[in-house]
Write a protein of this length. Sequence first.
Length: 297
Amino acid sequence: MFKLSFRTFVFLVFYTLVTGGYLFWLYWHPAIPSNSYHKLFEGITYLRDVRHTPRPIIIHIVTVDLTNPHISFLVTPGEKIEGGEISARTTSQFLTEFKLQLAVNGSFFNPFHPLFAVDFWNAYPAHRGDLVNVLGFASSRSHIYSPANKNFKTLYISADNQVHFEKPILPIYNAISGQELLLKEGKLQNPFSGAFADIPYPRTVFALDKAAKTFMIFVVDGKQKNYSEGVTLRELMEIVQTYGADTALNMDGGGSVTLVISDASGKPILLNSPIHGRIRGYERLIANHLGIYAHHR
């Protein structure tokens, strides 16, 4: 029978404590990326804006040239299944399944029970394919699968990439809904109040410039101390306006916030730092997403 010497035992304990402590320190003090700007795909650019005031904030901005003939959009297809409208997927799973070049989280949904809630084992959705319902109007390439809801505003994208908020583009093609408009025709909307609006939080926004030629995706990382703690809705309104948005829609936030692209082989690469169940880099299973097809550079 193998026996450890006392010296070896002490060394192993010391090594475990030091290594564990170092890994714990790294988790709470992750490396901060630098500002970055580059072309992702034909007609699509990416900018990372790293800020240190009023708190650590990392903002990801994707701009899409709607006049580029090689770009097309896809909202997650719906399914008519008893017990729900759609099967839950992560954003990376959506990107891979439909062979997209870029994907981002979409609408609010239910049911949802967060990981690390009162009942740890009752988190939902817990598995890919769990049935969930989209909140607000949704259509995937002419297939409407979620009805309109007065509490949720809708983004419409036609087959030829015309984009409009609230007002349907007929015939309806792709449509996806968020909660409130932050900007409307260049004007900041009424200040939003309440816990969800006033605390720094991970956020996703879909926006359009005044000429309706550039579509923008804003993703703000949050809930990650010493890395990116998120923004309030008021701060978010000011950010999207600064970057030239004319109309902007607030999408599902929190642990749902995920921005992913594919490499040349189709493998998903996270651009942001999602957080689900307080675990950095862990993607949440969500209802629907917005995806983009584009040519590689």
